[in-house]
Design a protein around this ligand. Sequence first.
Ligand code: DGY
Length: 330
Amino acid sequence: MSELPRVYATRHLPGGALGRLGERTRLDVWPEPGGPGPEVLARAAREADGLLCLLTDRVDAPLIAACPRLRAISSVSVGVDHIDLAAAGASGIPVGYTPGVLTEATADLAWALLLAAARRIPEAERWLRDGSWIPKLRWEPDLLLGRELHGATLGIIGLGAIGCAVARRARGFGMRILGWSRSLHPEASELGVEQTRLERVLAEADFVSVHVALAAETRSLLDAGALARMKPDAVLINTARGGVVDERALVEALRSGRLGGAALDVFEEEPLPTSSPLLELPNVVLAPHLGSATFETRARMADLAVENLLAGLEGRPMAHCANPEVEERR
Ligand code: DGY
């Protein structure tokens, strides 16, 4: 009987997926939160046939080149900007990822942030907890006024599965929806999204929600120039990747009142440094990268990532492969 493949997993995962993986492989799991760190990861991956990683593990070209046994990589994420796909491809290693299973959870979170920013929920809660809700201010006509969604325009940047799920929710709120993607998406049009130029989305939207993957073409897509095109009271929501927005330019726009607010789940540097000026701005709602953070979704992501890894190790096509040309070449 042939030896079981060796797998290194950089984190414990919710649900039973790792248990199943352990039945079909020789599995070694990094035991602590935070992952193994680059040196330990490089050492462990060198011995592995399969690598199960997270978006916080950098799987770059030098690491891949130093792993002669590696036959499959699988990330518990839809984003794969932490993996050098070209290097993996050149070494014939398929890279699995987990689209689809986190679509609704991420759209929910985008929507939660949008509502929180529009109705100033975190600011209102801080105010109440601070003891500012005194009898004299029991119900003031101009207290903590927010923005109405009905009839407002939502701009969606990136009309893939998550962008479309956000559009579906926007219909229920009676919003007009403009959208931009690098290619046309018929499904988005069926949902009532008017697909148009990025400049027009930015200029006309009251709320702009970002849903593009981070790649060379989308890095700093929303730079100072793009942010300057937005309405001065518009709100930017980002649940995609921090690198899509120029954070320094965003802070500048928010500080100077050229932009109404922002609701951010992702940042150029994560965790968000405690020195970040974003923490000082009252018109910003912040979350610590929680887009897919529901019990159900995280278990589905783990299941799919394990399925992808086993398929890669067993020479079968992965359910979701980020560099499918590798499988086509086989
Ligand atoms: C991903 O999967 O890429 C998200 O950012 C986290 O779930």
